[in-house]
Design a protein around this ligand. Structure first.
Ligand code: RB5
Length: 183
């Protein structure tokens, strides 16, 4: 195509469709309600993040545990959180156990919940932009409060790009959920 510099080709598109990214049909531009869940391994980090989120103006829904109980089991808290995210009762979720691994494995059994154990800001952002991550999993025993908060801020600031190649990949993953019933 013979194009002069700075010339936008006329492809029959509106200026908005050129300048704005294609948005995911269900993407929430403004996130308000954030769900939190943790077992005993993540309780203290959950409480720290809860305060920071409230101070930052978010509505926080705490799925427990509401006290430290060394005998509690992470699925009892992170699965209800995952269902709430999948059903859009909350906009995004934060799930914490000792390592973040158990929470992540459990949550990804819930259709439409997309969770990943995150420990770097690149993945916290790109996980949302490319993979439509809706729940961040953190390890309460493996990271400090400040890093955890930075990861949460990055995760909450990111939005799914809606790019066709990412939708195509996600559709292949969603295909696996077709015959799954919500537990
Ligand atoms: C609980 O002791 C611990 O196993 C749990 O918090 C988590 O780390 C599992 O992945």
């Amino acid at each position: 195509m013979d194009m002069k510099t700075n010339e936008i080709p006329d492809l029959g598109t509106t200026i908005e469709s050129v300048l704005l990214p294609k948005l995911h049909p269900v993407v929430e531009l403004e996130l308000k309600r954030i769900g939190l869940a943790a077992d005993h391994g993540g309780f203290e980090l959950k409480e720290y993040l809860k305060k920071n989120l409230k101070d930052a103006g978010f509505e926080v829904i705490d799925f427990g545990n509401i006290l430290i109980n060394d005998e509690d089991d992470y699925p009892d808290f992170v699965i209800p959180l995952a269902k709430a995210v999948a059903n859009k009762e909350v906009d995004r979720g934060i799930a914490i156990c000792g390592s973040g691994v158990g929470a992540c494995v459990a949550i990804n059994k819930v259709p439409k919940a997309k969770a990943c154990l995150i420990s770097d800001t690149f993945s916290a952002r790109q996980g949302v932009e490319d993979d439509d991550l809706n729940i961040i999993c953190l390890g309460g025993r493996i990271m400090g409060n400040s890093l955890a908060w930075e990861l949460v801020e990055t995760f909450l600031a990111a939005r799914f790009s809606g790019a066709e190649r990412h939708r195509r990949r996600l559709a292949k993953v969603a295909e696996l959920e077709k015959n799954n019933k919500q537990p």
